[in-house]
Design a protein around this ligand. Structure first.
Ligand code: ATP
Ligand code: PH2
Length: 169
């Protein structure tokens, strides 16, 4: 039987190195994954780094974006592929929420609710993050994820916490 094909939201974050190039390349690499189509990529947004102690204005600022994809990869296989792309972009893990060249998270997959040691979907912290919710609303403005509600309403609430990052041609 064919593997089920699902839409999913992938979040991109970068606050080290050439952030624009890294996110653009990573989006192309996600689009090139087997069984996967990139349906929409949001604009880039810039925001201060959120650390476990709160917003850190001394840390390099983040660029964030999200992609709406369609994929027949099962969740764990998709995570493995995303972790590989992070590694290819020099991702190092030191402390929690530490500065990074590239972070790729699975935010949501249609019809998937799971919590294992390796993977929680929907991403448990996504709905309190302006840098996820605002670009998510750009690519999927009709999304509703219970119990959180309409992504458009959450995005409206958070819209003053970050700004669009214009990339020159
Ligand atoms: N939905 C998810 N998407 C990506 N990774 C996840 C998810 N759920 C659980 N994980 C696990 O989280 C681990 C740590 O990921 P990572 O180091 O990128 O965390 P982080 O980005 O610093 O923090 P946060 O999870 O709050 O965004 C990953 O190795 C992965 O196994
Ligand atoms: N502004 C911003 N802050 C963060 C981000 C991020 O993507 N953007 N990611 C984190 C861990 O995933 C922690 N803090």
């Amino acid at each position: 039987m064919d593997a089920p094909r699902r839409n999913a939201i992938i979040a991109f974050g970068s606050n080290l190195g050439d952030r624009v190039a890294t996110i653009k390349q990573a989006a192309n690499e996600v689009a090139d994954l087997g069984g996967t189509v990139l349906l929409k990529l949001s604009p880039l947004y810039e925001s201060a780094a959120v650390k476990p102690e709160g917003v850190d204005l001394d840390a390099p600022e983040y660029l964030n974006a999200v992609a709406l994809i369609s994929t027949d990869l099962p969740p764990e296989a998709l995570l493995t592929e995303l972790n590989g792309i992070e590694q290819d972009h020099g991702r190092e893990r030191h402390e929690r929420w530490g500065d990074r060249t590239l972070d790729l998270d699975i935010i949501w997959m249609d019809g998937v609710e799971m919590e294992t040691e390796r993977l929680t979907i929907p991403h448990p912290r996504a709905f309190e993050r302006s840098f996820v919710v605002v670009p998510w609303n750009d690519v999927q403005p009709n999304a509703v994820v219970l119990p959180h509600g309409e992504i458009a309403a959450l995005a409206e609430k958070f819209s003053n916490e970050l700004h669009r990052f214009e990339v020159s041609a």
